[in-house]
Design a protein around this ligand. Structure first.
Ligand SMILES: Cc1cc2nc3c(=O)[nH]c(=O)nc-3n(C[C@H](O)[C@H](O)[C@H](O)COP(=O)(O)OP(=O)(O)OC[C@H]3O[C@@H](n4cnc5c(N)ncnc54)[C@H](O)[C@@H]3O)c2cc1C
Length: 365
């Protein structure tokens, strides 16, 4: 049994943010992840201005990591489009680049990093494939993946799923997508596209499971159908999309918020709150929860976990509610039309809405 305190499970944005903040203040957390090689987790790769602001306070800069600067939002509904300025500049960056930099930063400020796959958690006892751990404080940051004993409630409803294509750089995609985040709306979901470091494009789709089934059940059939119905999307997909790997993730519990927890167990990132990805704010929530949990731990130790969890749930409520409303509206034909009309007639209103669907950056005082 390994005694490590605090123990941070998961070296994604949430776990790394907590480890960096703890490391910055002299604590020496042990960070555990199942993957020694940082992959490129499925994500839209959009870093909001609030994400960027928080990364700066953790000592990381999207620009220095080669991220693509994004100043415009373009909305598409079939052949119709509307565009507006984002309230503040945002960025496109692959999760490979972000997670690699965050791990390096956590190590630089004194965190330790070990590799193990956690199979179950009972109370505060963690069963890994390599070892067992019994910390006094456990930061649960396994993100999209639930661990036995601490699973988030599963919805019986038509859950959301994500599909991602990483499209290579081409001059045409650079011309079409440079400086913008695009959301292509269709009944049942949306496709988000943004350029990232090196000029490759991240094309990430979120939709209801039933809508994929309606399209024949295969992502390839779905993209072929979307390309037929949506000319602008077809132009971005180009001819080479069939040659790239297609990553998928199922049963994303959009709208989940952990309202309470037991002393010692701090739930972070997607284990604390899952904002619909349309808002592009999940990484920001991950960072905010990691830093806020670390602040509470530094002030009150293991006993502070329930206070942290309730405070973070209150903080996440408004952005998650606004993003859920936008997701529900955008997945209907009438809602998509209304969104485009609003973006044309009152762009400042839409930009203001986009700004409100953000988590407040934690104070480091
Ligand atoms: C379709 C889709 C598109 C999205 N697009 C965006 C976007 O454009 N912008 C944005 O801000 N957010 C986006 N999000 C949300 C964002 O990806 C998540 O909110 C964010 O990744 C949460 O970070 P995290 O650190 O909590 O978890 P994760 O990023 O999932 O990291 C979890 C870490 O834990 C490790 N781990 C998991 N299980 C175990 C285990 N059993 N043992 C050991 N280690 C383990 C993993 O290897 C990983 O390193 C999107 C989400 C979806 C579904």
């Amino acid at each position: 049994m390994r005694i490590a305190d605090p123990l941070v499970l998961g070296a994604g944005p949430a776990g790394c943010a907590a480890a960096i903040r703890l490391g910055q203040t002299g604590a020496m957390p042990l960070l555990i992840d199942r993957d020694a090689d940082v992959g490129d987790p499925l994500c839209g790769g959009f870093l909001s201005w609030r994400t960027a602001e928080q990364l700066q306070t953790l000592g990381l800069s999207p620009a220095a990591l080669g991220a693509h600067r994004v100043a415009r939002l373009r909305l598409f509904d079939g052949p119709h489009q509307a565009a507006l300025d984002l309230p503040h500049p945002a960025w496109g960056l692959s999760r490979h680049a972000l997670d690699t930099a965050m791990r390096a930063r956590a190590l630089a400020v004194g965190a330790r990093l070990d590799f193990d796959t956690v199979r179950a958690i009972e109370g505060l006892t963690v069963e890994g494939r390599v070892a067992s751990y019994r910390p006094q404080s456990l930061f649960l940051a396994t993100g999209k993946h639930d661990v036995r004993g601490q699973s988030r409630p599963r919805s019986a409803n038509d859950t959301a799923l994500g599909i991602r294509l990483r499209l290579p750089h081409t001059p045409e995609r650079q011309r079409l997508l440079g400086g913008a985040i695009e959301l292509h709306l269709f009944p049942g979901g949306y496709v988000g596209i943004v350029l990232q470091e090196g000029g490759s494009a991240n094309l990430c789709l979120a939709m209801r499971k039933s809508a994929l089934a309606d399209a024949g059940g295969s992502p390839q059939a779905l993209f072929a159908q979307l390309a037929r119905d949506h000319p602008a999307l077809a132009a971005r997909l180009g001819d080479d999309w069939r040659q790239v790997r297609c990553d998928t993730i199922g049963a994303v519990p959009y709208g989940f918020i952990a309202k309470d927890t037991a002393p010692g167990l701090f739930r972070l990132g997607d284990q604390a709150a899952v904002i619909p990805s349309l808002a592009g704010e999940g990484i920001s929530i991950a960072l905010a929860s990691g830093v806020t949990a670390a602040q509470h731990w530094l002030a009150g130790g293991a006993a502070a976990a329930p206070v942290y969890q309730r405070a973070f749930a209150r903080q996440a409520r408004l952005p998650v509610a606004l993003a859920s409303a936008a997701w529900h509206a955008a997945e209907t034909r009438i809602g998509a039309r209304a969104a485009l009309a609003l973006a044309r007639l009152a762009p400042a209103l839409v930009a203001g809405f986009a700004d409100r669907a953000r988590i407040a950056a934690p104070s480091l005082a």
